[in-house]
Every structure is written in C-alpha cells, then in structure tokens.
Design a protein around this ligand. Structure first.
Ligand SMILES: Cc1cc2nc3c(=O)[nH]c(=O)nc-3n(C[C@H](O)[C@H](O)[C@H](O)COP(=O)(O)OP(=O)(O)OC[C@H]3O[C@@H](n4cnc5c(N)ncnc54)[C@H](O)[C@@H]3O)c2cc1C
Length: 374
C-alpha cells in the first residue's frame, strides 16, 4: 500500500502512542484533538503492568514522576465487608493530566503535527481517490489513512451512525484527586448501591478517587454531594475516606452516557483504537492498557503495510483479526461482571459477597479481565 499520511482523530493514550510511533517510523502524522493539553479526564488512573515492558522499551514510562507501585487489591461490599489479595501483575498510578501531557511533549519532539482545539465533524472515505476527507468546522484535510482514537463517546460516533450510540447508556463517571492516608501499594474497589468506587495513589502523594454510578441513583438527588452522603457513605470505607480527606478539585470531573456495548474495530475503512474500538468496564482497571496496546498494534500494522507494500484490505483484516484475538474475550468478561454488579441490588450483593469471601474467585476475575505483558 503506498500512502502519504495518517490522521489520528483524538489524542488520548491510543492516539498519542500511535502518532508518536508512526512519526518515528517516518510516516507523516497529524493528530486532531478537540481539547488542549494538559487536562483532567475521568479515569481511575491505575495502569496495569501489562504495559510496563512496552512503555519502558519505547521511553514512554513516566519514571520522572516516580509513580507508586500498586500490588495489593482490596474489595469491599456495600456494608463494608472486605478482603485483600495480592495482585500477580499489579500496576502503577499516574494522573492522566501528567501522563497524557508527557506523551504530548514526546509527540511534539517526534514531529507529530498537532491540530488542537478543533473537533472532527466528519470522516469520509472516497472510493475512487482511495483516500479520506477529514473535516472540522475550520479546516478540511485529505489523508490516506485514519485512526479513530476518539474515546468512549464522541460526536464522530453519531456521524458514523454507530449502533451503540442509538441506545442510551445509564452509567455516570465521577473523579476527584484527594490528599488522604491511603497505602501507596493498594488499589481499593469499594462498592455501594448502584455503583463502585476505586481508590488508588498517583504521583506527588495524591490519591485518585473515581466512581461509576447508575444514572438512576444520580437522578434521585439534587446534588452529587447529597448522593455521596446518602448512598456512598453507607459503605464505611467510603464514608471514612470522604470525611477525612482534602479534596483538591473545586468540583469533580464528571462524564455520563458511558457505554460498554460492542463496537467495530474497523468501520468505513477507519482503524478504531482505544475505547473507540471497545470499552472495558472500569472495574477491570485496564482500559488504559488496552488503549496503549491498540495504539501499538495499529501503528505496527500500518508500518508493516507500508514496508511490505500490502493492500488496504490486508491492513484492515489484519487489524480486525489482531484486535479480536487480543481483546474480545476480555471485553466479554468485563461486560458480564459489570452486568452482575449493576443488574440488580440483589445480583450486585451476591456477586460482591461471593468475591469478598472467595479469594480464588476474585483472582479468576482479575486473570480473565487482564492481558499479558507486551
Ligand atoms: C469511571 C472510569 C474509571 C476508569 N478507571 C480506569 C483505571 O483505573 N485504569 C484503566 O486502565 N482504565 C480506566 N478507565 C478507562 C480508561 O479511562 C479508558 O479506557 C482510556 O482513557 C481510553 O483511552 P483512549 O485513548 O481510547 O480515549 P480517551 O483517553 O478518552 O481519549 C479520546 C480523546 O479523543 C478526543 N476526541 C473525542 N472526539 C473527538 C473529535 N470528534 N475530534 C477531536 N478529538 C476528539 C477527546 O477529547 C479525548 O482527548 C476508566 C474509565 C472510567 C469511565
């Protein structure tokens, strides 16, 4: 395949990683991102160590911020019954504000061309010319290839009429940075009626507190704080953390309409990466690892297609196959657990109590939702 340039739509982990690697390999790459760096995102900010060899090999690991090493997992039920287990693989904590900005600086150094504070409205593939037109409200671009790295929910999903966007999704995400007395090596998952809350440390002695909650719980209250005091505080661990911590944001970062529905890894010739290809339930703690991995896979295959002069059809099939064999089973398991936790108050109670009382079961869940190092 002879192609001149790649456009990456969306500059989260998937988009930044893919664009740096393509540019380093001599392929001209433009990244279009609707925001400007640095910025906060709703995310638990725990990164699975399956990414570690890759991040170190490529010089992406944020050593300079000494991210805390996390190797213990605590799970608590709504009433505060809890269990702790060691994590085989474990992970580390770093804020997206810091990590994405670090990668952005590396991308600038590598020579990625950034178009910031512009939102892509449409991506069309022109069969006859065998190329894409990508439009924002201000500019129009022509390119040979497009990577769709626009995250969990984007204007582009509506423009592409993707199936999952037609359905309403009931999940809301809320994130804070706090200062609290949380053990550096521990990631905790505290359950409450209608949701769960992750707590783990990030850089500079700060702690991330991030939860996913069903929209119906939010609707019952006038303000988020009221919901937290009434619902989250039923779990004694959460009550204690909320009451004893210093909250560092004026107000929480929030997102709604989070969907875990199946998506397509390739659509209208666009290679989808990160959450745009499929989002794993946050309780699995490896959406970022998947985003990083898809950025790697997409860039590897594009470089291979160019070097070996492969066709567009070859590239699309190779990417779809690789994506499916690497991630599809993991996403299915994540969806199943998510459905148990949110299915009903009863199923949630049973699922969490089973895991709290069976270290074996909790370990199996972790194994089935995590990949291997790459
Ligand atoms: C509550 C919650 C907690 C989580 N906790 C964790 C965790 O602890 N560990 C973990 O590994 N994962 C976690 N995740 C998942 C993780 O955040 C995502 O999987 C990861 O951010 C996906 O990265 P991405 O690059 O695909 O997308 P994103 O990081 O979302 O980046 C997408 C980018 O595209 C841009 N964009 C969107 N549309 C357009 C457009 N039309 N034009 C231009 N730009 C556009 C956006 O501004 C954004 O910057 C959590 C998710 C949630 C919701």
């Amino acid at each position: 395949m002879s192609f001149k340039s790649v456009i990456v739509v969306g500059g989260g982990l998937a988009g930044l990683i893919a664009s740096i690697r393509l540019t380093r390999a001599g392929i001209a790459c433009t990244l279009i991102e609707k925001k400007n760096y640095p910025f906060h995102r709703v995310c638990g900010e725990y990164i699975s160590n399956e990414t570690m060899p890759f991040l170190k090999r490529e010089g992406f690991f944020p050593d300079v911020f000494s991210p805390p090493v996390i190797n213990q997992f605590q799970l608590s039920s709504v009433s505060g019954k809890s269990t702790k287990l060691s994590l085989d693989l474990g992970g580390f904590g770093i804020s997206r504000f810091t990590l994405d900005n670090l990668l952005y600086q590396q991308a600038l150094q590598a020579g990625v061309n950034f178009v910031l504070e512009q939102e892509v409205d449409s991506i069309s593939f022109l069969d006859r010319e065998d190329c894409f037109t990508v439009r924002t409200s201000l500019q129009e671009f022509s390119t040979s290839l497009v990577i769709g790295a626009f995250g969990k929910r984007s204007r582009m999903d509506s423009a592409l009429k993707r199936g999952f966007i037609q359905k309403r999704s009931p999940y809301v995400g809320v994130k804070y940075h706090i200062r609290t007395n949380h053990p550096a090596n521990l990631i905790a998952l505290h359950n409450f009626n209608g949701g769960y809350c992750g707590v783990s440390n990030i850089e500079d002695g700060k702690t991330n507190l991030c939860y996913l909650v069903h929209r119906n719980q939010v609707k019952r209250f006038k303000a988020i704080r009221e919901m937290e005091e009434t619902v989250l505080f039923q779990n004694p661990f959460l009550k204690s953390i909320f009451q004893s911590s210093e909250f560092l944001f004026d107000k929480p970062e929030t997102i709604n309409e989070i969907s875990f529905e199946t998506k397509e890894p390739v659509l209208n010739h666009i290679l989808m990466a990160g959450d745009a290809a499929g989002m794993i339930a946050p309780l699995c703690g490896n959406g970022m690892a998947m985003a990083i991995h898809t950025g790697k896979i997409a860039s590897d295959l594009i470089i291979q297609a160019k070097t070996e002069n492969r066709s567009r059809a070859w590239l699309e099939a190779a990417y779809a196959d690789c994506w499916t064999s690497t991630f599809a089973a993991r996403l299915r398991t994540g969806r199943l657990i998510q459905n148990y936790l949110f299915g009903s108050a009863w199923s949630s109670r049973v699922a969490v109590n089973l895991a709290v009382h069976s270290t074996w079961l909790a370990n199996q869940i972790i194994k089935k939702t995590h990949g291997v190092t790459f």
